[in-house]
Design a binder for this molecule. Structure first.
Ligand SMILES: Cc1cc2nc3c(=O)[nH]c(=O)nc-3n(C[C@H](O)[C@H](O)[C@H](O)COP(=O)(O)OP(=O)(O)OC[C@H]3O[C@@H](n4cnc5c(N)ncnc54)[C@H](O)[C@@H]3O)c2cc1C
Length: 379
């Protein structure tokens, strides 16, 4: 047990792992094939208390962010990056915005059913014109009486096709950059809001990724989330958590792959011996184990800093950069050790190779992580 987690977290881990291995993993192939994760599983997981870990008890949560950290470590066991992404977007990036910045009425309206798994949410920041440069987004909202009217589009939005609501960022002062952005909660069915396209992807197949269109989309005044023109800071506020969750999942996903590959390397024979006994393969596996452990410790360190309320932007960015890159390299190296079978869908490594390519892009690219780290170095 890591010193980060208490017995209560390990008990939670065991219960969650059992659920994931019994209820999710056996369906991974079917959901990847169908490119769909049925939302009835939100409900099943909500009923078991698997969606509300970080949220206040008054809304049905556990008020325990470490339990959610356990969730992100365990979810790769479902064997589908797409399923992990669907759930992760709802609990780890969409609901946190409402929990942090929502009014009591907004929290009641969205968090209670969200934690029960009756509704699913999404977070829409990225746009066709750019994702890294948040301050440069062009979707805009103008006041019309007490309503807001939103125009623009979003793309690459996880859960964007099936979600019941989406928190979006829009300019409310187009003369300003980051100081002119606000956030809105837009319900499915709001006039002028539609999912214009379900996107085809390299990996994360079971998750739906949508392009969203806002055409004179009219939302009431109480759809504004947080303060007007404070949206940029609200978005940034959850980035540390999002990046830690991605790091946690990358580390545990890579560990699973490594464990499976060690086993394979002891079973598969070539030239009269298990391939794992060839020094080149044994050393490759040793290097992977070392890299994964380094990524885990950096991730835990940044999580500890976050929990202590310390400034951890540098460490979180390092963890995200390192863990996501390590995971993709591990997937590539493991695939190589599986040889031709690695390229086949019958082993999980092929899917992981596709799924883990997203790590250095989503939630802030590896280049943006390097930008942030270098800025903390005075560069
Ligand atoms: C499967 C998937 C799911 C996603 N889910 C969501 C979601 O739920 N919600 C959401 O809002 N977004 C989501 N995204 C979008 C994701 O956050 C963006 O793809 C990412 O932030 C990069 O933005 P971009 O794709 O527009 O690339 P760009 O910003 O156009 O960047 C293109 C390239 O230029 C580099 N670059 C940009 N600026 C700099 C710089 N200053 N210095 C050096 N290099 C730079 C980038 O690193 C990248 O390599 C998702 C993306 C994918 C692929």
């Amino acid at each position: 047990m890591s010193e980060l987690f208490q017995t209560v977290h390990e008990d939670f881990r065991n219960a969650l792992r059992e659920f994931i291995e019994k209820e999710l993993a056996p369906h991974a192939d079917e959901w990847e094939e169908a490119e769909d994760f049925p939302y009835e599983y939100f409900k099943k997981m909500g009923d078991l208390g698997f969606l509300g870990m970080q949220y206040p008890e008054e809304f049905g949560g556990d008020n325990d962010i470490l339990a959610e950290a356990v969730f992100h470590e365990e979810i790769p066991r479902c064997l589908s990056g797409g399923v992990a992404a669907t759930l992760g977007a709802h609990i780890g990036i969409a609901m946190p915005q409402i929990n942090r910045f929502g009014t009591p009425a907004q929290k009641e309206k969205y968090l209670i059913p969200g934690i029960k798994g009756e509704t699913g949410g999404a977070l829409g920041i990225s746009e066709p014109g750019g994702g890294s440069d948040v301050a440069g987004l062009t979707t805009y909202a103008v006041r019309d009486g007490s309503d807001w009217v939103i125009n623009g589009s979003k793309t690459f939005i996880t859960n964007g096709v099936k979600c019941d609501w989406v928190v979006i960022a829009a300019k409310t002062d187009r003369d300003k950059g980051y100081g002119g952005i606000s956030q809105f909660i837009v319900d499915r069915g709001a006039p002028g809001f539609e999912t214009s396209r379900k996107l085809k992807k390299l990996g994360w197949k079971a998750s739906d990724t949508g392009e969203l269109a806002f055409m004179d989309c009219r939302v009431p005044a109480d759809a504004l989330l947080g303060e007007e023109n404070n949206g940029f800071f609200q978005i940034m506020a959850n980035f540390a958590w999002e990046r830690i969750t991605l790091s946690l999942g990358s580390v545990s996903g890579a560990q699973m792959l490594l464990d499976g590959t060690v086993q394979y390397s002891l079973e598969r024979e070539a030239f009269g011996q298990p391939i794992g006994k060839f020094q080149v393969i044994a050393h490759s596996l040793a290097d992977m184990a070392t890299q994964i452990e380094a990524a885990r410790q950096l991730t835990y360190y940044s999580l500890r800093l976050l929990m202590e309320g310390k400034n951890c932007i540098k460490e979180v960015s390092m963890a995200k950069l390192f863990a996501c890159d390590v995971a993709f390299r591990v997937a590539d190296d493991c695939l190589q050790i599986f040889g031709g079978y690695g390229y086949m869908e019958e082993y999980p490594v092929a899917r992981s190779f596709r799924d883990m390519r997203l790590g250095p892009i989503g939630g802030g690219t590896r280049e943006i992580m390097r930008e942030i780290i270098s800025k903390t170095m005075g560069l």
